[in-house]
Design a protein. Structure first.
Length: 176
């Protein structure tokens, strides 16, 4: 999910930057979607881009419920973390057992704090194009979180090492 651009943390940046904050295409999520589709054809994927929709948190949660996923991945940067946490709360309210994975720059920079957020079950640290599809495959089997770059709330692993992709040419084109 690319969360809605509401409840953003504003900065002292010029008005023109703050006005458009969060209204860009999220290529990172589209690359992960492409990697998921390539990994295993039996993995069903959906992408909810809530940036421009103006949808409320409860409406997005109902849309998630329609798809009935095992895992929801949510993109988080520091300026949208309030929106992300509100969205997680709305989703967990109607789907309390769903696994929510938080990825993006915020959990990569603040992994320990991100794992402590209510409703967050796991985080992706670094690039998610390899690690998130592995998490999805593991959920089909054992729900194991022992994956490089993935950290579960109850795993007890404290050394957060990112899964970084050095050769970007190995990635497929984003699933636009």
């Amino acid at each position: 999910i690319n969360p809605p651009a509401i409840d953003l943390i504003r900065t002292e940046l010029p008005v023109s930057i703050n006005k458009n904050l969060g209204h860009t295409c999220n290529l990172g999520l589209l690359y992960i979607l492409s990697a998921l589709r390539k990994t295993d054809k039996s993995i069903s994927t959906d992408f909810l881009d809530c940036r421009m929709s103006g949808a409320e948190y409860s409406g997005i949660a109902l849309e998630v419920k329609k798809h009935n996923p095992d895992i929801v991945g949510i993109f988080a940067v520091t300026h949208n973390i309030i929106s992300v946490l509100n969205l997680i709360g709305a989703i967990k309210k109607i789907l309390p057992n769903i696994h929510i994975n938080l990825g993006g720059p915020h959990p990569t920079l603040f992994p320990k704090q991100s794992l402590e957020y209510p409703g967050v079950d796991s985080i992706t640290v670094g690039d998610g194009e390899r690690s998130f599809p592995k998490l999805a495959l593991n959920f089909k089997k054992s729900r194991d979180c022992e994956i490089k770059g993935i950290y579960c709330k109850d795993s007890g692993r404290g050394n957060f090492s990112p899964d970084l992709i050095n050769n970007l040419d190995e990635l497929d084109y984003p699933a636009r």
